[in-house]
Design a protein around this ligand. Sequence first.
Ligand SMILES: O=C(O)c1cccc(C(=O)CC[C@H]2O[C@@H](n3cnc4c(=O)[nH]cnc43)[C@H](O)[C@@H]2O)c1
Length: 214
Amino acid sequence: MNGGILVVTAVGAEADAVRAGLVDDTVTVAPVGVGPAAAAAGTARLIALAEAGGTPYRAVVSAGIGGGFPGRAPVGGTVLGTRSVAADLGAESPDGFLTLDELGFGATTAPADPALLDLLRTCLPYAVTGTVLTLGTVTGSAATTAALLARYPDAVAEAMEGYGVAVAAGAAGLPFAELRTISNPIGPRDRAAWRIGDAFAALTAAFATVAPKL
Ligand SMILES: O=C(O)c1cccc(C(=O)CC[C@H]2O[C@@H](n3cnc4c(=O)[nH]cnc43)[C@H](O)[C@@H]2O)c1
């Protein structure tokens, strides 16, 4: 895949970690804010500006740190999303959570582009592959962790931006993928368990391998 790749992160420190792995300027890295709304709005604006400037992007990657489901994605590990799912977009009911799809209002799943995902998997054979959840609220209890896994048995990680980035990329007809490195286990809130430095190092290592192939 030649040039014009947009990598969207939430915060500047994630963008710096990605840039530390790059050797040239074929990849544009931009922090657009935390959460799905900031991710969607920021990504859409960057895509539109590039199109208007005559240098459109060829693909979009949502990248950054995330939480890993214990036993599936270890802290310090790397995850590639087969799909990014807006896991809290829907309605509660006495019988359980209803997704937007079930309500008939749209889709909550954004699949990764197969060719882009294949390329990333080839570059990162050590990465865990599976569903990455996008949530507006960081999971902080065993009960929510279990409920999410019951609804999404193939979930490996969660973060707060992937689905938003995917919606913006999809609206522009661009291939999308999500790459996360794991800073913390998902479960009862425990700030002492965070390993942000390890996750940033893994982001740098991943993009050092991936960027020359994009
Ligand atoms: O205060 C806490 O307990 C807490 C726990 C996990 C994450 C946060 C954040 O505010 C981080 C938000 C930021 O980082 C990504 N991220 C990292 N880990 C997770 C996670 O376990 N669940 C969801 N998002 C996570 C996220 O994409 C944001 O950009 C605070």
